[in-house]
Design a protein around this ligand. Structure first.
Ligand SMILES: [Zn+2]
Length: 202
C-alpha cells in the first residue's frame, strides 16, 4: 500500500510513538487511545495484508487480543482505560467479522485498493448464476430435515471456497474486472448460505 504521511500513535503514559497502531503501547504496555487513524483490519490484528488469508491465523490473533482486552483484566483500570478497552474490543470484532467472511473481505480488499464494488442495480446479470440460485433456493424449500440442510451447507461452503480461491488469484494480479463477477457470485452463495442457516423444519 502507498506510503502516506502517517500520524504517529503516541502513548499517553510514556510518550513512546509508533507509526503503526497497537491496542497496547509497545514500550510500556499501557492501553492506547481509541484513535485508529488509518489502521486497517489487518493492522488491527497484526496480520500481513492479503486476501488469501489463513483463517487459523486470524482466529489465533483474535483470541490473543480478545484475552488481552477482556474487561476482567481491566476491572481495576481507570475510566479512560476502561472506555478505550471497550472501544478496542468493538474495533477488534469489526476487523474479525470483516476478515473472516470471504465476501466482506473481498469488498474490503477492493475498497482498500480504491476499486468500486458493483452497485445493487448492476447485479444479477448472469443467467447461469440466476438459474443456480433458483435451483438451490428450491432445494432449501424442499428440505425437510436438518441433515439435508447440512448437506446443502457443506456443498455451498465448497463452492464458496472455490470462488474465494479464484478471487484471491485475480486479486493478486489486480484483475478487478475479472474478479467483480466472481465477487458477485460470492455474494449470491453467501446469501444462500444465510438462508440455509435460517432454515427451520416446518
Ligand atoms: Zn507507553
Amino acid at each position: 500500500m502507498a506510503a502516506a504521511a502517517v500520524q504517529p500513535h503516541v502513548c499517553q503514559n510514556c510518550n513512546a510513538s509508533s507509526e503503526t497502531f497497537a491496542f497496547f503501547c509497545r514500550s510500556c504496555g499501557a492501553v492506547m487511545d481509541a484513535d485508529y487513524g488509518i489502521a486497517t483490519h489487518f493492522d488491527v490484528l497484526g496480520l500481513e495484508p492479503r486476501y488469501a488469508l489463513d483463517l487459523d491465523g486470524v482466529d489465533k490473533a483474535y483470541k490473543d487480543l480478545q484475552k488481552q482486552l477482556h474487561p476482567d483484566r481491566h476491572a481495576q483500570a481507570g475510566e479512560r482505560d476502561k472506555a478505550a478497552v471497550e472501544a478496542h474490543a468493538a474495533r477488534l470484532n469489526e476487523a474479525v467479522a470483516t476478515l473472516r467472511s470471504p465476501l466482506r473481505r473481498a469488498g474490503y480488499w477492493m475498497e482498500l485498493h480504491g476499486v468500486r464494488i458493483l452497485e445493487d442495480d448492476q447485479r444479477m446479470q448472469d443467467a447461469e448464476m440466476m438459474m443456480e440460485v433458483m435451483e438451490v433456493s428450491e432445494q432449501i424449500e424442499d428440505a425437510s430435515t436438518q441433515v439435508e440442510i447440512d448437506e446443502l451447507v457443506r456443498h455451498n461452503n465448497e463452492k464458496i471456497a472455490g470462488v474465494e480461491a479464484s478471487v484471491a488469484e485475480l486479486f493478486s494480479r489486480e484483475d478487478w474486472a475479472a474478479a467483480r463477477p466472481l465477487v458477485e457470485k460470492l455474494q449470491m452463495l453467501t446469501r444462500l448460505g444465510e438462508r440455509m442457516n435460517e432454515w427451520t423444519p416446518s
